[in-house]
Design a protein around this ligand. Structure first.
Ligand code: FES
Ligand code: FES
Length: 216
Protein backbone atom coordinates (compact mmCIF):
# COMPACT_ATOMS: atom_id res chain seq x y z
CA UNK A 1 0.00 0.00 0.00
CA UNK A 2 2.74 2.39 0.95
CA UNK A 3 4.60 1.62 -2.20
CA UNK A 4 1.40 1.77 -4.23
CA UNK A 5 0.39 5.07 -2.53
CA UNK A 6 3.75 6.67 -3.26
CA UNK A 7 3.46 5.57 -6.87
CA UNK A 8 -0.08 6.99 -7.07
CA UNK A 9 1.08 10.36 -5.67
CA UNK A 10 4.00 10.48 -8.01
CA UNK A 11 1.81 9.77 -11.02
CA UNK A 12 -0.71 12.47 -9.99
CA UNK A 13 2.12 14.93 -9.39
CA UNK A 14 3.50 14.22 -12.84
CA UNK A 15 0.07 14.73 -14.39
CA UNK A 16 -0.31 18.10 -12.63
CA UNK A 17 3.17 19.24 -13.65
CA UNK A 18 2.56 18.02 -17.20
CA UNK A 19 -0.75 19.89 -17.49
CA UNK A 20 0.86 23.09 -16.17
CA UNK A 21 3.69 22.79 -18.69
CA UNK A 22 1.24 22.25 -21.54
CA UNK A 23 -0.76 25.35 -20.53
CA UNK A 24 2.41 27.42 -20.32
CA UNK A 25 3.62 26.27 -23.72
CA UNK A 26 0.23 27.03 -25.36
CA UNK A 27 0.32 30.58 -23.96
CA UNK A 28 3.83 31.06 -25.31
CA UNK A 29 3.03 29.51 -28.71
CA UNK A 30 2.00 32.69 -30.60
CA UNK A 31 5.22 34.48 -29.68
CA UNK A 32 7.26 31.46 -30.74
CA UNK A 33 5.47 31.31 -34.10
CA UNK A 34 6.09 34.98 -34.78
CA UNK A 35 9.76 34.56 -34.00
CA UNK A 36 9.93 31.56 -36.29
CA UNK A 37 8.32 33.55 -39.09
CA UNK A 38 10.71 36.51 -38.85
CA UNK A 39 13.69 34.20 -38.61
CA UNK A 40 12.44 31.75 -41.22
CA UNK A 41 15.51 32.27 -43.44
CA UNK A 42 18.47 30.19 -42.30
CA UNK A 43 21.55 32.11 -41.18
CA UNK A 44 23.65 33.19 -44.15
CA UNK A 45 20.82 32.78 -46.66
CA UNK A 46 20.80 35.46 -49.39
CA UNK A 47 18.55 38.46 -48.91
CA UNK A 48 17.25 39.47 -52.32
CA UNK A 49 16.24 42.98 -53.31
CA UNK A 50 15.36 44.83 -56.50
CA UNK A 51 17.50 47.57 -57.99
CA UNK A 52 17.19 49.59 -61.17
CA UNK A 53 19.97 51.53 -62.88
CA UNK A 54 21.03 52.73 -66.28
CA UNK A 55 24.01 51.07 -67.95
CA UNK A 56 25.37 52.51 -71.18
CA UNK A 57 22.02 54.15 -71.92
CA UNK A 58 19.82 51.14 -71.16
CA UNK A 59 17.73 50.79 -68.03
CA UNK A 60 18.13 47.47 -66.22
CA UNK A 61 16.02 46.09 -63.38
CA UNK A 62 17.66 43.33 -61.41
CA UNK A 63 16.80 41.25 -58.38
CA UNK A 64 20.05 40.69 -56.56
CA UNK A 65 21.52 39.30 -53.40
CA UNK A 66 22.16 42.45 -51.38
CA UNK A 67 25.82 41.41 -51.09
CA UNK A 68 26.38 41.58 -54.88
CA UNK A 69 29.04 44.09 -55.90
CA UNK A 70 28.44 46.41 -58.83
CA UNK A 71 31.28 44.60 -60.60
CA UNK A 72 29.57 41.22 -60.28
CA UNK A 73 26.20 42.69 -61.26
CA UNK A 74 27.75 44.02 -64.47
CA UNK A 75 29.73 40.90 -65.30
CA UNK A 76 27.58 38.05 -63.99
CA UNK A 77 24.07 39.44 -64.35
CA UNK A 78 24.32 41.82 -67.32
CA UNK A 79 27.17 39.91 -69.02
CA UNK A 80 29.14 43.10 -69.61
CA UNK A 81 32.49 41.39 -69.21
CA UNK A 82 34.57 44.26 -70.55
CA UNK A 83 34.92 45.46 -66.97
CA UNK A 84 37.58 43.24 -65.42
CA UNK A 85 38.04 41.72 -61.98
CA UNK A 86 41.67 41.92 -60.95
CA UNK A 87 42.16 42.02 -57.20
CA UNK A 88 38.49 42.38 -56.12
CA UNK A 89 39.89 44.48 -53.24
CA UNK A 90 40.15 48.01 -54.61
CA UNK A 91 43.86 47.81 -55.31
CA UNK A 92 44.29 47.49 -59.08
CA UNK A 93 41.67 49.61 -60.87
CA UNK A 94 40.83 46.92 -63.44
CA UNK A 95 37.16 47.22 -62.46
CA UNK A 96 36.93 51.00 -62.98
CA UNK A 97 33.61 52.24 -64.37
CA UNK A 98 32.07 55.70 -64.51
CA UNK A 99 29.03 56.32 -62.30
CA UNK A 100 27.24 59.63 -62.69
CA UNK A 101 30.42 61.09 -64.15
CA UNK A 102 32.78 59.80 -61.46
CA UNK A 103 35.18 56.90 -61.83
CA UNK A 104 34.86 54.27 -59.15
CA UNK A 105 36.16 50.81 -58.39
CA UNK A 106 33.10 48.70 -59.03
CA UNK A 107 34.45 45.89 -56.85
CA UNK A 108 34.18 48.13 -53.80
CA UNK A 109 30.55 49.13 -54.07
CA UNK A 110 27.33 47.17 -53.72
CA UNK A 111 24.99 47.15 -56.70
CA UNK A 112 21.97 47.99 -54.55
CA UNK A 113 23.59 51.31 -53.65
CA UNK A 114 23.20 52.49 -57.25
CA UNK A 115 19.45 52.78 -57.61
CA UNK A 116 18.77 55.28 -60.43
CA UNK A 117 22.45 55.85 -61.24
CA UNK A 118 23.90 56.25 -64.72
CA UNK A 119 26.75 53.82 -65.24
CA UNK A 120 29.18 53.77 -68.16
CA UNK A 121 31.39 50.77 -68.83
CA UNK A 122 33.99 50.28 -71.55
CA UNK A 123 31.23 48.88 -73.78
CA UNK A 124 29.38 52.18 -73.49
CA UNK A 125 32.31 54.37 -74.48
CA UNK A 126 32.69 53.07 -78.00
CA UNK A 127 32.44 50.09 -80.33
CA UNK A 128 35.05 48.46 -82.60
CA UNK A 129 33.72 50.34 -85.61
CA UNK A 130 33.22 53.57 -83.69
CA UNK A 131 35.95 53.90 -81.08
CA UNK A 132 35.92 56.55 -78.38
CA UNK A 133 38.89 58.93 -78.94
CA UNK A 134 40.57 57.48 -75.85
CA UNK A 135 40.18 53.93 -77.15
CA UNK A 136 41.59 54.99 -80.52
CA UNK A 137 44.56 56.66 -78.82
CA UNK A 138 45.31 53.53 -76.78
CA UNK A 139 45.36 51.51 -80.02
CA UNK A 140 47.53 54.08 -81.77
CA UNK A 141 50.08 54.26 -78.94
CA UNK A 142 50.06 50.56 -78.03
CA UNK A 143 48.80 51.46 -74.58
CA UNK A 144 48.45 47.83 -73.58
CA UNK A 145 50.09 44.43 -73.82
CA UNK A 146 47.86 41.71 -72.38
CA UNK A 147 44.94 44.16 -72.28
CA UNK A 148 43.52 43.02 -68.95
CA UNK A 149 43.89 46.39 -67.26
CA UNK A 150 42.93 48.34 -70.38
CA UNK A 151 39.15 48.79 -69.91
CA UNK A 152 39.78 50.19 -66.44
CA UNK A 153 42.64 52.36 -67.71
CA UNK A 154 40.48 53.84 -70.47
CA UNK A 155 37.44 54.49 -68.25
CA UNK A 156 39.72 56.10 -65.69
CA UNK A 157 41.49 58.19 -68.35
CA UNK A 158 38.22 59.50 -69.76
CA UNK A 159 37.07 60.48 -66.28
CA UNK A 160 40.45 62.07 -65.47
CA UNK A 161 40.19 64.45 -68.41
CA UNK A 162 36.65 65.37 -67.36
CA UNK A 163 37.86 65.97 -63.81
CA UNK A 164 40.59 68.31 -65.01
CA UNK A 165 38.37 70.11 -67.52
CA UNK A 166 35.57 70.86 -65.14
CA UNK A 167 37.33 71.03 -61.82
CA UNK A 168 34.62 68.70 -60.62
CA UNK A 169 33.65 65.38 -62.15
CA UNK A 170 31.26 65.74 -65.04
CA UNK A 171 29.73 63.35 -67.49
CA UNK A 172 31.70 61.38 -70.08
CA UNK A 173 30.06 63.32 -72.88
CA UNK A 174 32.17 66.38 -72.06
CA UNK A 175 33.86 68.03 -75.05
CA UNK A 176 36.83 65.82 -75.82
CA UNK A 177 38.18 68.25 -78.41
CA UNK A 178 38.95 70.86 -75.76
CA UNK A 179 42.62 70.71 -74.74
CA UNK A 180 43.42 69.89 -71.13
CA UNK A 181 46.29 71.37 -69.15
CA UNK A 182 47.87 68.35 -67.54
CA UNK A 183 51.51 67.74 -66.79
CA UNK A 184 52.95 64.29 -67.20
CA UNK A 185 53.52 64.08 -63.44
CA UNK A 186 49.94 65.08 -62.68
CA UNK A 187 48.61 62.63 -65.24
CA UNK A 188 50.58 59.78 -63.71
CA UNK A 189 49.46 60.75 -60.23
CA UNK A 190 45.80 60.89 -61.26
CA UNK A 191 46.12 57.50 -62.98
CA UNK A 192 48.04 55.92 -60.12
CA UNK A 193 45.04 53.86 -59.03
CA UNK A 194 45.16 51.87 -62.25
CA UNK A 195 47.88 49.26 -62.15
CA UNK A 196 49.32 47.68 -65.29
CA UNK A 197 51.23 44.50 -64.58
CA UNK A 198 52.61 44.58 -68.12
CA UNK A 199 54.17 47.95 -67.41
CA UNK A 200 52.70 49.77 -70.39
CA UNK A 201 52.65 53.02 -68.45
CA UNK A 202 54.66 55.15 -70.89
CA UNK A 203 52.42 54.24 -73.81
CA UNK A 204 49.30 54.73 -71.68
CA UNK A 205 50.54 58.21 -70.75
CA UNK A 206 51.23 58.95 -74.43
CA UNK A 207 47.71 57.93 -75.38
CA UNK A 208 46.06 60.00 -72.68
CA UNK A 209 48.39 62.89 -73.43
CA UNK A 210 47.32 62.92 -77.07
CA UNK A 211 43.65 63.06 -76.17
CA UNK A 212 44.38 65.71 -73.56
CA UNK A 213 45.73 67.85 -76.37
CA UNK A 214 49.37 67.91 -75.45
CA UNK A 215 52.47 65.94 -76.35
CA UNK A 216 53.47 63.65 -73.47
FE1 FES B 1 38.50 46.35 -58.34
FE2 FES B 1 41.05 45.51 -58.48
S1 FES B 1 39.24 44.50 -59.18
S2 FES B 1 40.30 47.45 -57.80
FE1 FES C 1 48.59 43.81 -69.25
FE2 FES C 1 48.08 46.28 -68.39
S1 FES C 1 48.31 45.60 -70.45
S2 FES C 1 48.10 44.47 -67.23
Amino acid sequence: MQISGRLELSRRHLLIVGAASLAASSVAAPASSATAQTASAPPGAPVMTKVSFDVNGDTHQLELDTRTTLLDALREHLHLTGTKKGCDHGQCGACTVIVDGRRINSCLTLAVMHEGDEITTIEGLGAPDHLHPMQAAFVKHDGYQCGYCTPGQICSAVAVLDEVRSGIPSHVTADLTAPVRLTNAELRERMSGNICRCGAYSNIADAIGEVAGRSA
